[in-house]
Write a protein that binds this ligand. Structure first.
Ligand SMILES: NC(=O)c1ccc[n+]([C@@H]2O[C@H](COP(=O)([O-])OP(=O)(O)OC[C@H]3O[C@@H](n4cnc5c(N)ncnc54)[C@H](O)[C@@H]3O)[C@@H](O)[C@H]2O)c1
Length: 445
């Protein structure tokens, strides 16, 4: 069976699964799956740092991949991404000499700017790469699924429980339609983690775990003259929860997700402490600079999770799982018994670049017309775990998973325009209200 035949079969199956055969955008002329040509076309939604990297990785897979459309809220971000990817020397992003020009086919009329840019770019592609701030992910993921696209989307996949529900609903449809979805929780695509996971039974039952994302913090984009509040928040998105979810969601999700993965489940409740010690002032929005959370799983085991963004403090990004027979030390890529004996040591020479591997595996599967990846649900549950932690540290209360995920809490504005007032506005001094444990209350009953 040649590639085109298997691809056509795949289209047929996908269409049937989707409950419709004729008017499927999947069969459009621009589509790889039409069998019209062998080029896998990609559209990028969110042309920032990660989007630029992800496109380079997609273009560097073995398949015949072309970037055909781009979308960003801001023209300058889109242009800068385009110039980086299309540079005469793209080694800065590819790590190898040469350029990617032959694989870039994005004329001006396929560069889309604004809040609705995603809707215009997605139709041109077979595969969409969703790399905006996470607040927009539910909306963009829903649209990509609706348009029957294969998807790579970054973590986190939402910033609030309402967004999680939207992603879960769209994930179900993606499964029915057999659309591959890879989520950028790249430790699942990293050799050392995969090898540790295979051997996790060496430590017996996992009774507790620790996870860390402690480091200095991230960029700040100070307010510029003439910006509307919406533009300011969009530029300085890390500091606003409707866009970012706080750093427990934005970064620490990676570590929390590893524990969920190895535990094979999600916490039933959480309680924690947190606040902001150094992240103060007008340009720091509302997020905390430290969180410490006890997540409890159904079997009573506890994940102690800590994340801190404070310069000149201990840095550690890592996970540790403790079982009845030993420990898995993710950072060391080793497993040790209770007596300290090394039971397994991953040879770090065999480590891969998981950012590349997630694309290598996704595009290989797409080229064969196969359905293999359904990461969205897992991405949603790990994102929800981090949101549960945030709700615990913000309120200082015990937060139950079931109540939180079903709470319909929605941090988003009702519309997206440059003049829309975002949900959180500064006070007369230009400062934003910050959660106060004991005062902030989600009234979950
Ligand atoms: N897996 C990883 O290790 C990893 C690493 C870095 C970033 N990320 C994730 O990638 C995402 C983006 O992060 P980044 O560092 O690239 O941020 P960034 O600010 O560099 O890029 C985000 C881009 O999205 C654009 N954008 C914002 N809202 C948009 C909208 N509604 N429609 C279209 N474009 C929009 C912005 O203008 C910007 O260009 C985040 O979710 C982040 O967590 C993951």
């Amino acid at each position: 069976m040649n590639n085109n035949t298997s691809r056509r079969d795949f289209v047929k199956q996908t269409s049937l699964a989707a409950g419709g055969i004729l008017a499927m955008p999947l069969l459009s002329k621009v589509n790889y799956f039409s069998g019209a040509d062998d080029v896998i076309k990609i559209a990028l939604v969110g042309c920032g740092g990660r989007g630029t990297g992800a496109v380079a990785q997609a273009l560097m897979t073995k398949q015949n991949v072309k970037l055909v459309a781009m979308a960003d809220a801001f023209k300058d971000r889109l242009d800068s991404c385009f110039n980086t990817i299309n540079a005469d020397d793209a080694s800065e992003i590819t790590g190898v000499p040469g350029n990617l020009k032959a694989q870039i086919d994005v004329p001006e009329d396929r560069k889309f700017v604004g809040f609705d840019a995603y809707k215009k770019a997605i139709p041109f592609a077979d595969v969409v790469i969703l790399t905006t701030p996470p607040g927009f992910r539910p909306m963009h993921f829903e649209e990509a699924v609706k348009q029957n696209k294969q998807i790579f989307m970054e973590k986190p996949v939402a910033t609030d429980p309402a967004g999680i529900q939207r992603v879960l609903a769209a994930a179900k449809i993606a499964k029915q339609k057999k659309l591959n979805v890879v989520v950028g929780l790249q430790r699942h695509y990293q050799n050392s983690y995969r090898e540790l996971y295979k051997r996790k039974d060496l430590i017996g039952d996992i009774t507790s775990a620790q996870a860390w994302w402690n480091n200095d913090g991230v960029w700040v984009k100070p307010r510029e003259e003439g910006q509307t509040e919406m533009e300011y928040q969009m530029r300085n998105w890390y500091y606003f929860n409707w866009l970012c979810g706080d750093h427990i969601t934005e970064q620490h999700i990676h570590n929390i997700d590893v524990i969920n993965w190895f535990k094979g489940g999600y916490p039933v409740r959480a309680q924690g402490i947190g606040g902001r010690e150094v992240r103060k002032g007008k340009d720091y929005g509302e997020i905390f600079d430290h969180h410490y959370v006890e997540f409890e799983y159904a079997d009573g085991s506890i994940l102690n999770s800590q994340c801190r963004h404070i310069p000149k403090t201990m840095s550690r990004v890592d996970e540790l799982l403790i079982g009845t027979k030993g420990k898995i030390k993710a950072g060391d890529a080793s497993i040790v018994g209770r007596n300290g004996k090394v039971l397994y040591q991953f040879d770090k020479k065999g480590e891969n670049n998981p950012y590349q591997t997630e694309h290598d595996e996704l595009f290989a599967v797409i080229a064969k017309g196969e359905y293999k990846f359904a990461d969205a649900e897992r991405g949603a549950y790990s994102t929800m775990t981090s949101i549960l932690g945030r709700m615990a540290t913000y309120s200082g209360q015990i937060i139950e998973w079931d109540k939180a995920i079903n709470s319909n809490i929605d941090l988003h504005p009702t519309s997206y325009t440059w003049d829309t007032k975002p949900p959180l506005l500064p006070d007369a001094n230009g400062l934003y209200a910050v959660a106060v444990p004991g005062v902030t209350n989600y009234n979950l009953g």
